[in-house]
Design a protein around this ligand. Structure first.
Ligand code: FAD
Ligand code: UDP
Length: 370
């Protein structure tokens, strides 16, 4: 008889939601986490009275009623709406691409039809869509591509837009209305008391161990529980037997400033290639905080090497093929359940991760668990 029903490796959204639902189903869980804190990349920390998003801006958004009501059990969300600004060589534009962007970019564009005509006149050279550059020009025309997409994307991914898959840019909304909301979802907000509090509430009463890497003593951990829920990198789990998957990493540079309002908005994207960071976030604006002083974080894209943080999977054909081989191995391992963005090698927003944790819980504990 093992001490736990589930050993959960990783305390991000996937691991924490699964642990919460398993406990609700009467199962005994242990969550182990290699970092010193809960919450994965959504972790937040209070500094100088300001809630800081330690691993980059995390804005919660969903259209899924179940996800929204579930997450609200663990803490109240405010009504923050993300309306980022793009800065290009001293010019500022609204994001996502909408009528405010178009009318500022083109002085002769005011109506949606004028914007559509302008874009159509700028996409003439594009006859097929095989890469991000062709996709972007076809969606928004050459001017927006050159000023707001090319430099940002090439910094972000460390390669040319002609070598990137088209789907990356399709994550962004494109609208022919005057609306700067970055997301299309029904619900959006930031936890009023920070994400960390949400995780602490979700894991209340559940055994947790921090600074504990599963691979430091795999055999010991496996012997503790009947099943393992693994939310780390899938290639590491299988000892890189099919080779290493590639990621893009980031470096965050935080500064405490002796001024009250540095940029007037939570997120400013720097879209020219010459500036080495992609965005600056000013944390106090996420919670409408009027305190003295401010904290900003610059986000620098970084080449990923073994040992650095794997933030974004590189879902090109080569890496997807390697991942499929690992996924096949994973499916033959009935006592290990793989979940989350690293085990699935896919970029997921928080709400989608919660949905996948719900699905796994339903498979394990029946359809009524959530
Ligand atoms: P993670 O949060 O990465 O958690 C996995 C955990 O497992 C980590 O804590 C890790 O330390 C731990 N772990 C890994 N290996 C081991 C091991 N061997 N032993 C022990 N522990 C281990 N989503 C949104 O919805 N809105 C946003 O605005 C948003 N912004 C983002 C901005 C950035 C810069 C990034 C990188 C992501 C953003 N996301 C956003 C996505 C969001 O971070 C993810 O959806 C979410 O964190 C995924 O949860 P997860 O549990 O799968 O993974
Ligand atoms: N993007 C861009 N300019 C911007 C913002 C985004 O070209 O000002 C592109 C870029 O290729 C990026 C993709 O759109 O990788 C998706 O942007 P999103 O904001 O969703 O990126 P994330 O916040 O997930 O890093």
């Amino acid at each position: 008889m093992k001490k736990y029903d589930y050993l959960i490796v990783g305390s991000g959204f996937f691991g924490s939601v699964f642990a919460n639902l398993a406990t609700k189903a009467g199962k005994k869980c242990l969550v182990i986490e290699k970092r010193s804190h809960v919450g994965g990349n959504a972790y937040s920390e209070e500094k100088n009275g300001i809630m800081v998003h330690v691993y980059g801006a995390h804005i919660f958004h969903t259209s899924n009623e179940k996800v929204w009501s579930y997450i609200n059990q663990f803490g109240e969300f405010n009504n923050f709406v993300n309306c980022p600004i793009a800065k290009y060589k001293g010019e500022v534009y609204n994001l996502p691409f909408n009528m405010n962007t178009f009318s500022k970019m083109w002085k002769d564009v005011i109506t949606p039809q004028e914007a559509k005509d302008k874009i159509a006149s700028q996409r003439k050279g594009v006859t097929e869509i095989k890469n991000l550059e062709q996709q972007a020009i076809s969606l928004v025309g050459v001017d927006i591509y050159e000023k707001l997409i090319k430099g940002y994307t090439e910094k972000q991914w460390g390669c040319s837009c002609t070598d990137l898959p088209a789907f990356i840019i399709k994550r962004l909304p494109l609208r022919f209305v005057y609306d700067n909301n970055y997301f299309n979802d029904k619900y959006q907000g930031i936890p009023a008391k920070g994400y960390t509090k949400i995780f602490e509430n979700m894991l209340e009463g559940i055994d947790q161990k921090y600074n504990s890497n599963y691979f430091d003593d795999r055999e010991y951990y496996d012997n503790l529980a009947t099943k393992v829920v693994y939310t780390g990198a899938i290639d590491e789990f299988f000892d890189y037997c099919y080779g290493m998957l590639s990621y893009r990493s980031l470096r965050f540079e935080e500064s405490i400033l002796d001024e009250d309002n540095f940029q007037g908005v939570a997120v400013v994207n720097y879209t020219e290639k010459e500036i080495p960071y992609t965005r600056i976030i000013e944390h106090k604006h996420f919670t409408f905080n009027k305190c003295k002083g401010t904290i900003i974080t610059k986000e620098y894209p970084l080449t990923w090497t073994k040992g650095s943080e794997p933030y974004y999977p590189i879902n090109d054909d080569k890496n997807n093929a390697i991942y499929e081989k690992y996924a096949d191995l994973a499916s033959k391992n009935p006592n290990v359940l793989f979940g989350g963005r690293l085990a699935n090698y896919k970029y997921y927003d928080m709400d989608k991760i919660i949905e996948t944790a719900f699905e796994m819980a339903r498979k394990e504990f029946g359809p009524d668990i959530i």
